[in-house]
Structures are given as structure tokens and as C-alpha cells.
Design a protein around this ligand. Structure first.
Ligand code: 5AD
Ligand code: SF4
Length: 444
């Protein structure tokens, strides 16, 4: 029996790609093992969004230098594979397979060539109009499923490596997305997350011609689906119809992740983000003025070349105004091929670190305040696991807040929807107790 091990770095798109790759391998007669030591085929599905992420795969590969690889076959998949191409073989000579995500539909035949004794195979074609769809996807979570609706990215944000690693935008047909959602609902999934580098620019390639808001609304109508999420959005393509769809159907989660990157017009322009601070704030106003209360989260980059103290303060000011439920913040990291490499006035690392610290401190206070306001409220939680160390169940609310709670109910709650009263709040999570009195207690 042939065995494989796969480790995944990076975003949800990568996590889901690994589920598809694993399914395709199992279909070819491989079985998955938990440790690289036990595998004939060791795969790393890589991320190159920041330099640190890229370094991780090479340090993993160092652990298996030629000689102690014991006849294993090593493969590098994903964004580092696409970015570095054949250079991966120079940097790690024991690697035999290098394949970017735009070429995964060729993986089965590449594996056959490796089994036949080919020393090195590559899949690096970016110039594709194919999407990677497979009936064999092996999902890691039995309750929450990812569905890719669009691959690649046609934007050209000056800092971002993704257009070079994932290729041009390709949308799936609405019929195939709807069929997959229905199949998932039938097999017991209740939460769906629609995935793409920029889901807002989804455009159904079939004559139906649905836009993203239409697709989102329709997925929310699939019988059996209780929660629909989507990630990630680009403010340039974000339209009010998305908020209207969320307002119209409770099964669409009241959460929008809308990366701002910066609150300064000058920086946004150098980032080639294609929107101004006012444009961005208009999008958030649609969200804030919705009938339902919709949680907003974002991504921020500090220390982009030329970012002045005034620019940085404009970002802090945006945080005050937006009141994000949470945010991901990063120090700018120069990436190969990207337009930002040509910009002057790099910000020193220590200064980036200082700004990141200030930003995170401000956001922490905002989150603590927002979460404290929830003490005493009832929240619906989809339970993901039991934490034996704390004796608490762990799950997420529709707004994607993490809630840890206790329950007097003896049986397993994993996969069920539980109503929880919030009793305590921290900056990053909530604590509560399941509500167990008649009428209010609702587990399904
Ligand atoms: N340096 C730092 N952060 C980056 N991101 C993307 N590219 C870079 C980079 N070169 C961040 C953005 C994006 C998130 C996924 O990663 O904030 O939204
Ligand atoms: Fe990393 Fe971006 Fe690739 Fe996702 S698309 S794996 S975040 S580089």
C-alpha cells in the first residue's frame, strides 16, 4: 500500500486544496498517515504570502536531507511551488514534485509518472482557464465544508504575491456550486464557507450569469444548510446587494471580512488597491446600516514603503471608526515579483514592529469592549470540539466569535447548535453556559 502525508500552510484556500489533493490521492490507491516518517510520499502545501511562511517549507525539507529521506518522494505544492518553480529542486534537491495550485488537475498523471520512475515532475502552468474540481474531496470537518467558487486573482495589489502564485481568476459554474452545496447538505454538513481570493468578483461562466450576491443568496436557500460564510472580499468589488442578501436570510452569517490594508489614501494608492478611504468607509456603512447587526473584520498591513506617521495614524483612526470585531495585522514583507519592490522609503523592521504593537494594543481594547457588551446575551454556537483541559465546549457564533462554554448535558454536543448565555468576555473569546431551561434550550 502506498502512503502519503500532507502538511498545509497558509489560507483556507490552501486548506481546502489539500482536502481535494488528499481525496485525489486516496482515489489513486494511497492511504493517508499522520507522520511524515511513515509516508512514502511527503507533501507540503505551501504559502508564500510573507517571507516567514515561505521559509517554513524549506526548514521542513531540511529535516529530510538526502540520505535520511529513505527512498521517500517529496513534493512541494501551492504558492511556494508556483513562485519558485524549478528553483525548489536547487534549494532542496531531494524534492521530486513541484506543482502550483493552477495545475492540480494534472496531479494524478504527475503521480503516475513519479511511480513509473520519473525523477522530477513539475506542474507550473499558470495560463489556465481550468478550475480544480474533484468528486473525491476528503473534508477534514464533518459539519463545516469549504466550497471553492472562484480561483486566482486579477487584481494587482502592489505587495501581493497571489496573482503570481494562483494565476488569473476562474469562476466555477453556479450549477456545479449549487450541486456541491446540495450534496454536502445531504451528507449532513450544516455550515458552508464559500471560498475565493476575491469572492466578490465571482461571475458565473454559464448563461445563468449569476453574480456573487445571487450565488450567496441561493446557497443560503439549500435545504439543510444553516450557516453560510464567505471569504475573502475585496472592497473594490464589494456591493450593497451582498449586505441586502445577508439582511434577507438569517442563514447567511452576519459577518463580513473586508480587508482595508490601510486607512491612508496615499498608502492605498501606492498599494494599488483601487479604492479610497471614503470608498471603503461607504462599504462599511452599508454593513453598519443593515437591519441585522453584522460583525466586521479586516486585514491591515503596517510599514508599507513610504508609510508616514500620519499615514499610520489614519489607519488607527479607521480602527476607531470601524470598531472591528477582530483583525489580522501584518508587518509588510517584500515579496518576489511584486510591484512594491520598486518603491522607495522602506520602513525599518523595528519601526514596523513598533507600529504593529501600537495597532494591536488599540484593537485589543476595542475587542475587549465589544465583547464585554455581550455579557448576558444569548448566542447560537455551532459546537466544534470539547476541550478536556478546561472542561469546556468550543464553537463559533454566526459572527465568528469563539465561545467556550459549559453544559450540564451529558452527551456529545459536537456538530450541534446550542444556545449559550455569555458570562465572561476576553479580547479574543467569550465564555458562557448553555441555556438549559425549557423553551430556551435548543440543541439540534
Ligand atoms: N506583507 C505583509 N502582509 C501581506 N498580506 C498580503 N501580502 C502581504 C505582504 N507582502 C496580508 C494582507 C492580506 C492577508 C491575507 O495577508 O493583509 O489581506
Ligand atoms: Fe498563502 Fe496567499 Fe497562497 Fe493562500 S493564496 S497559500 S495566503 S500565498
Amino acid at each position: 500500500m502506498k502512503t502519503f502525508y500532507i502538511e498545509t500552510f497558509g489560507c483556507q484556500m490552501n486548506a481546502h486544496d489539500s482536502e481535494k489533493v488528499s481525496g485525489a490521492l486516496v482515489n489513486q490507491g494511497y492511504s493517508e498517515v499522520e507522520r511524515p516518517e511513515d509516508a512514502d510520499l511527503v507533501l507540503y502545501n505551501t504559502c508564500s504570502i510573507r517571507d516567514k511562511a515561505e521559509q517554513k517549507v524549506f526548514s521542513r525539507l531540511q529535516q529530510f536531507k538526502r540520505g535520511n529521506g529513505n527512498g521517500k518522494v517529496f513534493g512541494v505544492l501551492g504558492c511556494v511551488a508556483q513562485q519558485e518553480g524549478e528553483r525548489v529542486f536547487e534549494r532542496a534537491p531531494h524534492v521530486s514534485l513541484v506543482c502550483g495550485s493552477a495545475s492540480y488537475s494534472k496531479l494524478p498523471e504527475m503521480l503516475v509518472r513519479l511511480e513509473a520512475g520519473d525523477r522530477r515532475v513539475t506542474g507550473l502552468n499558470l495560463d489556465t482557464d481550468e478550475t480544480f474540481e474533484t468528486p473525491f474531496t476528503r473534508r477534514d470537518n464533518p459539519h463545516r465544508a469549504y466550497i471553492t467558487i472562484i480561483e486566482g486573482c486579477d487584481k494587482a495589489c502592489a505587495y501581493c504575491v497571489v496573482p503570481f502564485t494562483r494565476g488569473p481568476e476562474r469562476s466555477r459554474t453556479s450549477a456545479s456550486v449549487m450541486a456541491e452545496a446540495a450534496r454536502l447538505a445531504e451528507s449532513g454538513y450544516t455550515e458552508i464557507q464559500l471560498l475565493g481570493q476575491n469572492v466578490n468578483s465571482y461571475r458565473d461562466p454559464s448563461p445563468a450569469g449569476w453574480d456573487f450576491a445571487t450565488l450567496l443568496a441561493r446557497v443560503g436557500e439549500v435545504p439543510g444548510i444553516r450557516r453560510v460564510r464567505f471569504t475573502t472580499s475585496h472592497p473594490r468589488d464589494f456591493v450593497k446587494e451582498i449586505v441586502d442578501a445577508i439582511d434577507a436570510n438569517e442563514r447567511l452569517c452576519n459577518h463580513v471580512h473586508l480587508p482595508a490594508q490601510s486607512g491612508s489614501n496615499a498608502v492605498l494608492e501606492r498599494m494599488q488597491r483601487l479604492y479610497s478611504r471614503d470608498d471603503y468607509m461607504r462599504c462599511l456603512e452599508w454593513v453598519k446600516n443593515a437591519r441585522r447587526k453584522i460583525a466586521i473584520t479586516t486585514d491591515i498591513i503596517v510599514g508599507f514603503p513610504g508609510e508616514t506617521e500620519a499615514d499610520f495614524n489614519a489607519t488607527l483612526d479607521l480602527l476607531d471608526w470601524a470598531q472591528y470585531e477582530s483583525l489580522f495585522s501584518f508587518k509588510y514583507s517584500p515579496r518576489p515579483n511584486t510591484p512594491a519592490l520598486r518603491l522607495d522609503n522602506p520602513i525599518p523592521e523595528e519601526e514596523k514592529g513598533r507600529r504593529l504593537g501600537i495597532l494591536q494594543e488599540k484593537q485589543r481594547a476595542i475587542q475587549l469592549r465589544l465583547n464585554s457588551n455581550l455579557i448576558g446575551t444569548l448566542q447560537e454556537v455551532l459546537v466544534e470540539r470539547y476541550n478536556t483541559a478546561t472542561g469546556q465546549w468550543v464553537g463559533h457564533t454566526p459572527e465568528n466569535r469563539t465561545l467556550n462554554f459549559t453544559s450540564s448535558n451529558g452527551h456529545s454536543l459536537v456538530g450541534s447548535y446550542v444556545r449559550v448565555r455569555v458570562t465572561r468576555a476576553g479580547p479574543n473569546s467569550l465564555v458562557g453556559e448553555s441555556v438549559a431551561h425549557p423553551g430556551a434550550f435548543q440543541e439540534t
